[in-house]
Write a protein that binds this ligand. Structure first.
Ligand SMILES: C[S@@+](CC[C@H](N)C(=O)[O-])C[C@H]1O[C@@H](n2cnc3c(N)ncnc32)[C@H](O)[C@@H]1O
Length: 240
């Protein structure tokens, strides 16, 4: 089925990720949309997948799901025994990658209600719970981790870069039991760019004396709209 919209990406060089934009022709309407205006992007079914997954070839969802499985194997946990909390879940692209690998996806969370609505619209039934909030209620998360026997915390392209703060990630990780797996992708443009998300996460994880990083690789997260390769780090850790 042809999507009822077309897009023209703005390939002007030098734009930061948060500034990238495209023109959306949708029905009778034409408007400019900033890629990080997620509320608008998620409001059109298939738009996120077309721009981010197809046109910009975003590899983070598949890469984080592979790292999760790989890290689980280091502690003898089969994919089917992983029960995941998908942080910054958006409309469920990462959840779908995990389900495809046999993981049970239980909870999604995002800063905006439009992401929750899009996840329920596009992937109905995948998330049993979907939390909304820029800063989640730690007690509520701890209760879900306990009652739903969660064993995996996953965040693709959702930590740092103006998204989930690293200390909030640390608070969530502290609620997961021994044997759990953390898998995330982080912007890592290299030391010359001033990116500090990787350093911040390393410092946060060093504060957990029971947590060991078992997967750490740089990869092409996606192309920028100007055609440059954007490099991220995939990192997975286990709690002994
Ligand atoms: C680049 S998108 C990635 C979405 C999804 N993980 C994927 O890979 O398809 C980043 C997501 O993080 C969400 N986000 C931003 N700040 C957040 C916060 N403080 N807490 C939870 N989610 C947040 C955004 O709304 C958006 O859905």
């Amino acid at each position: 089925m042809t999507a009822p919209f077309t897009v023209e990406l703005d390939s002007s060089p030098g734009r930061r990720q948060g500034e990238e934009r495209f023109v959306l022709h949708h029905g009778d309407e034409t408007r400019e949309v900033v890629l990080h205006d997620y509320a608008t992007v998620y409001s059109v079914p298939g738009l996120y997948e077309e721009v981010v997954q197809q046109r910009l070839q975003c590899a983070s969802p598949a890469t984080v799901a592979d790292a999760l499985i790989e890290a689980g194997a280091t502690v003898g946990t089969a994919p089917g025994d992983l029960r995941a909390f998908d942080l910054g879940a958006g409309n469920g692209v990462v959840g779908e990658e995990m389900v495809a690998r046999g993981v049970t996806v239980v909870v999604g969370a995002d800063g905006i209600g439009e992401a929750r609505d899009a996840a329920h619209r596009d992937r109905p039934g995948m998330y049993a719970h979907y939390l909304v909030g820029e800063r989640l209620d730690g007690a509520e998360v701890a209760r879900l981790v306990r009652e739903e026997h969660l064993t995996a915390l996953v965040a693709a392209g959702a930590v740092g870069e103006g998204h989930v703060p690293v200390d909030a990630l640390g608070e969530l990780w502290s609620t997961f039991p021994p044997g759990s797996v953390l898998a995330l992708t982080l912007k890592d443009g290299g030391p010359e760019t001033g990116d500090h998300d990787v350093a911040d996460v390393d410092t946060m994880l060093a504060g957990f004396d029971d947590t060991t990083v078992v997967v750490r690789r740089r990869f092409r997260h996606r192309f920028s709209m100007a055609g440059a390769e954007l490099t991220y780090l995939v990192l997975a850790a286990v709690r002994r």
